[in-house]
Design a protein around this ligand. Structure first.
Ligand SMILES: [Zn+2]
Ligand SMILES: [Zn+2]
Length: 395
């Protein structure tokens, strides 16, 4: 599927689709939010709920439900695509009947590992959609690209899966360090690391985490079996705020564990770790976004959409560049840096096809078909090629 197929029918104000989709989205969010209050032991993440006050969440719920009804009504008055508006108002009505914004938190407390992080999914989706959808409309890289482009449901499913399993994934990730590397902990080293000012710890964490990510990411590209797992991420042909969510669960676990182990051994303070997790969740979305912003000289210091979009380039001459997730200097030092002033023309795999859909893509590494590009995926890095690429036209 190519990018041009994605963008056949743009939505316009006044035809009922925008109000309909928004009403349905917010209605579902409201209903999910109320359910989180009723079943916290099943649907909420202890790491998240303990950091947010009930009053804040209730106010947010009220705003979501009010907008769901207003947009549902708008959709009804426009009179087209009413099914979406009805679905939104139905979900919002169910949320109100179940307590709405005055819902009382259930007395049941969340257990240490929540089975499903519905709160993480709802808050993450609301925050990212509210931030990035308008930004991608105001500063688009590809103006013609739709919000609901091809395969958006697949990437939304990936976003939902990773968030619903957030607590389980966190437990697996944080258990590996003490279990396997507990013997290597040095109280002296950890005490020294923790005694440093927070900003210094944060910068050190960024470097350590990105060195670990660089090493693993490069291995994911160079080892044939690991590549089949990582190829799922590279199968996205459209870059936007949702595209980065497309990650095989095995890769999510591998990456988080690989990053967490050195951070655990060095013993950074918990506050710095939480700040880093907040930064990563925002930065990972940003670098995939459909944003045509250059970020000026900042783009040499921190990875921006331009930098990571080149990692996803479908140009056979530019594969296997820009492995670093945060700091371009790491690629520069290891000879895999590539950042011309223009964005790539297209994204996706080179000479390989990954099946569509979350479940088929999760089975892809086991499918037994040999990945045709795994051994050849390492591009020969010649000055001529580099020059040819870097002389490309500016978008
Ligand atoms: Zn990659
Ligand atoms: Zn990516």
């Amino acid at each position: 599927m190519n990018a041009s197929q994605n963008d056949a029918v743009p939505m316009r104000f006044g035809e009922g689709k925008i109000s309909g989709y928004l009403a349905a989205f917010l209605g579902m969010m409201g209903l999910g939010g109320v359910l989180c209050f009723h079943f916290p032991w099943l649907l909420t993440t202890p790491e998240l709920t303990s950091r947010l006050s009930v009053e804040t969440l209730r106010r947010l719920l009220l705003a979501v439900l009010v907008f769901a009804f207003v947009l549902g009504l708008t959709n009804f008055l426009i009179g087209r695509h009413r099914a979406l508006g009805y679905a939104g108002m139905l979900a919002a009505t169910a949320a109100v009947l179940l307590g709405g914004a005055t819902v009382q938190p259930s007395g049941a407390t969340a257990i240490s590992v929540a089975p499903l992080g519905l709160d993480s999914l709802l808050l993450g989706l609301l925050f990212n959609a509210l931030l990035f959808v308008p930004l991608e409309r105001i500063f688009p890289l590809r103006r013609e690209q739709l919000v609901l482009r091809a395969e958006w449901t697949t990437d939304l499913a990936y976003f939902a899966l990773a968030n619903l399993l957030v607590s389980v994934l966190l437990t697996i990730t944080t258990a590996t360090g003490p279990l396997v590397f507990g013997w290597a902990v040095s109280p002296v080293v950890q005490g020294w690391v923790r005694s440093q000012p927070m900003p210094v710890q944060f910068l050190e964490m960024l470097v350590v985490a990105d060195l670990a990510q660089y090493a693993l990411h490069r291995r994911l590209h160079e080892h044939p079996l690991l590549w089949r797992i990582h190829a799922v991420h590279h199968s996205a042909v459209t870059m936007d705020w949702l595209a980065g969510s497309r990650l095989h669960l095995l890769e999510v676990m591998l990456t988080r564990t690989t990053v967490f182990v050195p951070l655990y051994l060095l013993g950074f303070s918990r506050e710095v770790l939480y700040t880093y997790i907040g930064f990563v969740s925002l930065h990972a979305v940003l670098i995939h976004a459909n944003l045509g912003v250059s970020f000026g000289p900042l783009r040499y210091l921190v990875a921006t959409p331009l930098y990571h979009h080149w990692h996803h380039s479908a140009d056979p001459a530019v594969v296997n560049r820009n492995y670093a997730v945060h700091l371009p200097v790491i690629d520069y030092l290891f000879g895999t840096y590539h950042q011309p002033a223009r964005f790539p023309d297209s994204y996706g795999l080179v000479g390989e096809t990954v099946p569509p859909g979350l479940w088929a893509q999760h089975l892809y590494p086991l499918s037994g078909r040999r990945a045709p590009t795994a051994p050849d995926h390492v591009a020969t890095d010649t000055p001529a090629r580099r020059a040819g690429i870097d002389e490309g036209r500016r978008r």
